[in-house]
Design a protein around this ligand. Structure first.
Ligand code: HEC
Length: 189
């Protein structure tokens, strides 16, 4: 009897591991993921641009420091998903990538190096949740805080950045570089 139960569990495990999303489901989550990522980027970027205009990096940086994660959380609740921004060159340790995100970032880095398009990826994650990933590319307006120190990032701005993030790795990017990824977990299938 024990043997049968064991076999049953093994079969169940194998079948749940091999469960994958249909083409239609993938298309649906890709569309939803894009909408959520765009809305979150807009939410984060809107006030950021305003702060930059008002007081430059000295005002905008503390804003990001205090609000980036809470605003992302607010958007997660709105869409009933878990939204995260992560990167291979982190500014904030709290955005550290997990194993699956490292794999995706490596994938995008290879595509980027080969000059190939970096399309969104949808797959089931370890906990069986549909998961959306997409690249975050660096735009011109990001350079003041993620560009080259000494030119795009002034020495003064750099010292403000370092005062909040002494281990910052998120500088030296160029326009269109791969800055990081969106990682969005949906609640259910
Ligand atoms: C005013 C300075 C400033 C500007 C401009 C700025 N960022 Fe950031 N960025 C930050 C700070 C501060 C953090 C850390 C805040 C957090 O996410 O907790 C951060 C974090 C990030 C992260 C999360 C990963 C990590 O390294 O912690 C990504 C991705 C990112 N920025 C991309 C961008 C992109 C893309 C743009 C332009 C559209 C941009 N940033 C513009 C200051 C800035």
């Amino acid at each position: 009897m024990k043997k049968i139960v064991f076999l049953f569990v093994v079969v169940l495990l194998i079948s749940s591991c091999s469960k994958s999303l249909s083409k239609e489901e993938k298309a649906l989550y890709t569309e939803q993921g894009k909408v959520i990522a765009q809305a979150t980027a807009k939410k984060l970027g809107g006030t950021l641009v305003k702060k930059m205009k008002e007081g430059g990096v000295k005002d905008a940086l503390p804003f990001c420091n205090e609000n980036a994660i809470p605003l992302t959380k607010e958007m997660s609740e709105k869409y009933n998903v878990t939204i995260k921004r992560t990167s291979h060159r982190l500014r904030n340790d709290e955005n550290s990538p997990n194993e699956e995100e490292v794999r995706i970032i490596n994938k995008y880095n290879t595509l980027f190096a080969e000059g190939k398009p970096m399309k969104p990826i949808v797959e089931l994650d370890k906990s069986g949740k549909p998961h959306f990933y997409a690249p975050i590319k660096l735009q011109k307006k990001c350079l003041a805080c993620h560009g080259k120190i000494g030119s795009e990032i002034t020495v003064k701005s750099d010292s403000i950045i370092k005062s909040y993030y002494p281990n910052d790795l998120a500088t030296g990017f160029k326009e269109n570089d791969l800055r990081g990824i969106w990682s969005i977990a949906f609640e259910s299938e």
